[in-house]
Design a protein around this ligand. Structure first.
Ligand code: GRG
Length: 311
């Protein structure tokens, strides 16, 4: 992934490969029951935006949280692939000229640069709806009540009170809709924005394992607490990468946040303060999973990976 290797990275990469293989099998031009035809250009743009690249960290969290409850791996991979479709859609739309206007993603031209804007919008729309198609399938879980719970929870994480709402707050904070320039949100405001924009999908990733595995209310609470800490840590690490990261490793342009008037935790706490908060969040993540004992070691390594990541 970045030339380095460790047992944790090997496991992350192995899951990424399984997710890629599954998406590769699912995202073909052959229509399934209920569909009429899958246009070739749309599928090319969807495959370009979702295959080959990306750490697949969200599916990894789904698979490993499901592993706590011995959920069959193919079921967890289906839920992870669905979540990755939402994540990839959000990146395609985030890169559009009307949003962040980026040319580079995962080290490659962004979807609207490689194809065109209309195709990129439709590829994002297609990935968004496909995610719910996947969750509704019996391969995700034999019990329809579990599938409905997953669909509802992912819709809320990704939707108007989650990621989409967070993106709206982000654009507003940049000053897009007012003549007064960037807003100064303060710590609470930035926390809310980030919990929605980035945190909600990561929290869902950890909760999904509990849903698939019929976890007890206490176990679900523990996973939610872990997911919330990892979500916050992920975004702070991303903010730090924007300031200190290397474009070649990160695979997208760095140094954009300050120029765009973005509301970040580095802005609120400073670089050293953000790094200290990151450490606190890793501690919080570890504590949350204490009830699972050694079985949760890989998830805790995941929290460290988030805090230490350079890509
Ligand atoms: C357009 C509705 C809509 C939402 C966009 C998530 C998001 C909201 C925008 C992405 C902006 C961004 C870079 C946020 C920081 C956190 C983040 C999502 C980083 C990218 O995720 P990684 O590092 O990427 O998991 P890979 O490429 O590994 O999948």
């Amino acid at each position: 992934m970045n030339g380095k290797t460790s047992p944790f990275l090997n496991r992350l990469e192995a899951t990424a490969k399984e997710v890629d293989e599954l998406l590769d099998r699912l995202l073909t031009t052959t229509p399934v029951a209920g569909e009429t035809a899958r246009p070739v250009r749309l599928m090319e743009a969807i495959r370009y935006s979702s295959l080959g690249g990306g750490k697949r960290f969200r599916p990894f969290l789904v698979v490993e949280s499901a592993g706590l409850f011995e959920v069959p791996r193919p079921q967890a991979l289906m839920a992870g692939a669905a979540l990755e479709c939402i994540h990839c859609y959000s990146l395609v739309h985030d890169d559009l000229p009307a949003m962040d206007n980026d040319d580079l993603r995962r080290g490659q031209p962004t979807a609207h640069k490689k194809f065109d804007e209309a195709t990129a919008i439709l590829a994002g729309d297609g990935l968004l709806t496909f995610a719910f198609d996947l969750l509704s399938r019996t391969q995700t879980h034999p019990d329809p009540a579990v599938r409905v719970e997953l669909v509802g929870a992912l819709a809320r994480a990704a939707g108007l009170g989650g990621m989409v709402g967070g993106q709206m707050l982000d654009l507003a904070a940049e000053g897009r809709f007012s003549a007064d320039g960037p807003q100064h949100l303060g710590e609470e405001g930035v926390l809310t924005l980030q919990a929605m924009k980035t945190g909600a999908l990561l929290r869902f990733a950890c909760q999904a394992g509990g849903m698939l595995g019929s976890a007890t209310p206490q176990q679900r609470k523990a996973l939610e607490r872990f997911g919330a800490a990892v979500g916050q840590a992920f975004q702070i690490a991303d903010d730090l990468l924007d300031v200190e990261g290397d474009t070649a490793l990160v695979g997208k342009q760095t140094g954009k946040d300050a120029g765009a008037g973005k509301a970040t935790m580095v802005d609120v706490l400073g670089i050293d303060g953000a790094k200290a908060r990151l450490r606190e969040l890793v501690g919080e993540a570890e504590q949350a999973l204490a009830p699972f004992g050694n079985g949760a070691a890989i998830l805790i390594e995941g929290a460290h990976f988030v805090a230490d990541r350079r890509m």
